[in-house]
Write a protein of this length. Structure first.
Length: 62
């Protein structure tokens, strides 16, 4: 089985839920899952996630 190369933790649409059974979620595709969303997309479609967008990181100023 091939593993997705996309790191959901670096995606702006990824978030962690409070649900024990479905701890991971994708806001872009509107689903919750037990596994990383990018893995679910890859396993079900055979292609890498097309919604991935790198998180914007800003610098904090005091």
């Amino acid at each position: 089985m091939k593993i997705s190369k996309i790191d959901c933790f670096k995606c702006r649409y990824f978030y962690i839920t409070w649900e024990k059974d479905f701890p991971y979620s994708c806001k872009a595709m509107k689903f919750k899952t037990k596994n990383m969303p990018s893995m679910v997309v890859h396993q079900s479609s055979g292609i890498e996630c097309l919604k991935f967008e790198k998180k914007k990181t800003g610098t904090k100023t005091a």
